[in-house]
Design a protein around this ligand. Sequence first.
Ligand SMILES: [Zn+2]
Length: 429
Amino acid sequence: MHDVTILNGIVVTGIRTEVLDLAIDAGSISEVGPAGTLGGARQEIDATDLYVLPGAVDAHFHCRAPSHPERGTFASETKAAAAGGVTTVLEMPVSDPPCSTPAVLRSRRDLGERECHVDFGLFAGAAVNPSVAHEMVAAGAIGFKLFTHRPPPDRVAEFSGLWAESEDGIYSALETVALTGLPCTVHAENQSLIERFESLQTQDPRSSRPPVIEAAAISLLGVVSRYTGARVHIAHMSSGAAVEALVAASPTARLTGETCPHYMIFNEEQIEEFGSMVKVAPPLRTAEDNKALWDAVATGAIEVIASDHAPFTPADKAVPYGSAPRGIPGVETMVPVVLDAVNRGVLTLERAVNALSENPARIFGLYPKKGALREGSDADVALWNPTAENTLTLKSFQSRSGGSAIAYDGMVLKGRLRRTLLRGITVFN
Ligand SMILES: [Zn+2]
């Protein structure tokens, strides 16, 4: 007698996609077999005509806890994750105080263990000395995070130990990271080019931070990755220019890349319509960039789709574009947006699962416990009805900052989440 069986679903295991049954015992997948072959269970879940996917591993997530509970907490934002088919979140180190000391990492870990509705990992700041880096790894860091630009003047306290703008500073940080063997997610924007374009004082938000800023930073990171041996994961790529820089650097560097749904479906039209509510960093680009990013995910040039879930309240965002904070909620819309694209034939289902689950799990050392539905994997499972229509409304958002997701309001997507299980326990239904 199994604990749980999931019967007759269209299962994407990471090896094959076919109609299969899954058995779950003690929180893990214990058996995968043809429909009708696995025997009885205390709980049987009928998944006929549903996609049975490994829960998504969101490699770029911010809740910032314990600072700014009005924007979101580990509890509220991981509840949103479960409601979006995401079963692991990798939380960025931006907080007050920031996660760049072992003490802060341990206290955030304890807070996350008390509050999170899904599994989580914690990034550590990369601009630290080697002994601090090693201590943070010993305390359980999943990877490091580096910004290659200066923090906004009003948020300096949240970024201490997280950034380096000079070639020397970037090299030192990645040299330290290389000693640990863990990957480093890098926010790649070149500081001196940011200043150059800001000094032109254009009123047009689209030209104040053009793609060359991102591409130049990625090219440098390719070289530094090669010579330090650090594994560098480029965060939230927003443009075709960024993809070109990544592909050009890839033959010799240890680089992987990530993009986010908002860079794939939104562009300057949404800046026109929603202004500061869709301000993100790097900024939204053009329809051609949207297409370049979908193509890069389809070919595997970009390996990961992550949310960069960055909750700010509607009041935080309702200020002029120039002074608005950068970030939008996205953890509960990420998988729905990608599955809708699968329905439209933009991506294969297998490629979508690679980008949302398997590849982030591999890059951050969680595979095949996470990111796969194989015997021995954690039973982190999302059941999706692939043909049901889902109309997004602000009221349906679980994130405490869901009111800022106005660009998603009224969007009709094909594909609807039916149930999320975390280590065999239903956490969304
Ligand atoms: Zn981010």
